[in-house]
Write a protein that binds this ligand. Structure first.
Ligand code: SAM
Length: 193
């Protein structure tokens, strides 16, 4: 027996498992130490591809070591650039995008995602999604910038046309210490005629 509603990270992992299959394209917009990148690689399989972005060289070094040990390097493209520039590297056909916002836990806490670049990246990702594809955004509100990002992302995502996107927000209302929250944006499948 396993709880489903344990935390935002576990829920996002369950969604990744249900959405991704061998051969899919996935994007990790905040590579960090590569935990999410490695997880996505395990789901897209040998025929799939994971594009991962980070602005810190340190993230690419740590992630490539992790991926090499798992024999996943060939199915990834690690990009040292801001996710807001995603359109320079990808055209479309994306099945899943994940953002794990904030700063690297053991890194420089001053290097953090920002509402402007995150929203720019989400907007660009929307145009790259296949039908039924999803964008998962994990938000940490325990720091000031995280609260600002949360407000901006909630207000942005709530304006998306419901005929085109299903938008859900998951917050753990009875947990203490600002647990991470999750915003999911799923591209609606075209109606069968
Ligand atoms: C919470 S960490 C990500 C954790 C990571 N997913 C993992 O599995 O270890 C957030 C990361 O976002 C990165 N970041 C900040 N601004 C960014 C941007 N504009 N584009 C891409 N990455 C960015 C930070 O450098 C940091 O490594």
């Amino acid at each position: 027996m396993k709880n489903i509603f344990k935390n935002a990270i576990e829920i996002s992992k369950g969604i990744c498992k249900s959405k991704l299959k061998n051969g899919d394209i996935a994007v990790d917009c905040t590579m960090g130490n590569g935990n999410d990148t490695a997880f996505l690689c395990s789901l897209v399989g040998e025929k799939g591809k994971v594009y991962a972005f980070d602005i810190q060289e340190e993230a690419l070094i740590n992630t490539s070591k992790r991926l090499e040990a798992l024999n996943f390097l060939e199915r990834t493209k690690l990009i040292c650039d801001g996710h807001q520039n995603i359109d320079k590297y990808l055209m479309g056909n994306v099945k899943l995008v994940i953002f794990n916002l904030g700063y690297l836990p053991k890194g420089n806490h001053e290097i953090t995602t920002t509402k402007e670049t995150t929203i720019e990246a989400v907007q660009k990702c929307l145009g790259m999604l296949e039908p039924n594809a999803v964008i998962l955004i994990i938000i940490y509100t325990g720091h000031e910038n995280g609260k600002i990002e949360k407000e901006a992302l909630e207000s942005f995502s709530s304006t998306l046309n419901q005929k085109e996107y299903n938008v859900a927000k998951i917050s753990f209302t009875n947990q203490i210490n600002n647990p991470p929250e999750l915003i999911c944006i799923e591209k609606v499948c075209p109606k069968k005629v």
